[in-house]
Design a protein around this ligand. Structure first.
Ligand SMILES: Nc1ncnc2c1ncn2[C@@H]1O[C@H](COP(=O)(O)OP(=O)(O)OP(=O)(O)O)[C@@H](O)[C@H]1O
Ligand SMILES: [Mg+2]
Length: 137
């Protein structure tokens, strides 16, 4: 089953490299699909965010937050700290580079990475990137 999209009208333009952010989303969707051996739902959503409490360089910025969530196997608590490390993989034949690359791309787009954790033990995985709003090119 394909992903479902939740992209409301009126999303702000963001300053980004289309190809690179495409790679981020592709890595996240691939991970989501691979976590659902027996099928499930991948949901891609985006929201305008304006929060004065955003961390570091994003403070007082307005952003667009992109979330990829799945209903797959989830991530064991013990792995959570390592999933963005290069070469960390729990998959046979996995390179462990997908999230490391995604993380560095998101950072290059304005130090904009905030990845939320699975909720408790619920088998959901959500990544959120916040992109600085700017002129679209
Ligand atoms: N959506 C997800 N659901 C469950 N576990 C995940 C999910 N995304 C990432 N992980 C965990 O994080 C690890 C690292 O992910 P990452 O994308 O960096 O590497 P990989 O998928 O193993 O290999 P590669 O992406 O290089 O083919 C995965 O091996 C898996 O354990
Ligand atoms: Mg991957």
């Amino acid at each position: 089953m394909g992903p479902t999209f939740d992209l409301p009208p009126g999303l702000w333009p963001v300053e980004m490299d289309r190809g690179q952010i495409g790679q981020v989303v592709q890595n996240l969707v691939l991970n989501a699909a691979q976590s659902m051996e027996h099928g499930g739902v991948v949901r891609i959503s985006a929201r305008n965010v304006s929060d004065p409490k955003l961390p570091g360089p994003l403070a007082d910025q307005t952003c667009v937050r992109v979330t990829v969530a799945d209903s797959g196997c989830g991530i064991p608590q013990a792995d959570l700290e390592r999933i963005f490390d290069p070469y960390f993989s729990t998959k046979r034949g996995g390179s462990g580079l997908g999230l490391a690359v995604a993380y560095s791309i998101v950072r290059k787009h304005g130090g904009a990475s905030r990845w939320s954790r699975p909720w408790g033990r619920a088998p959901h995985f959500t990544c959120t990137c916040r992109l600085r709003v700017g002129a679209s090119t």
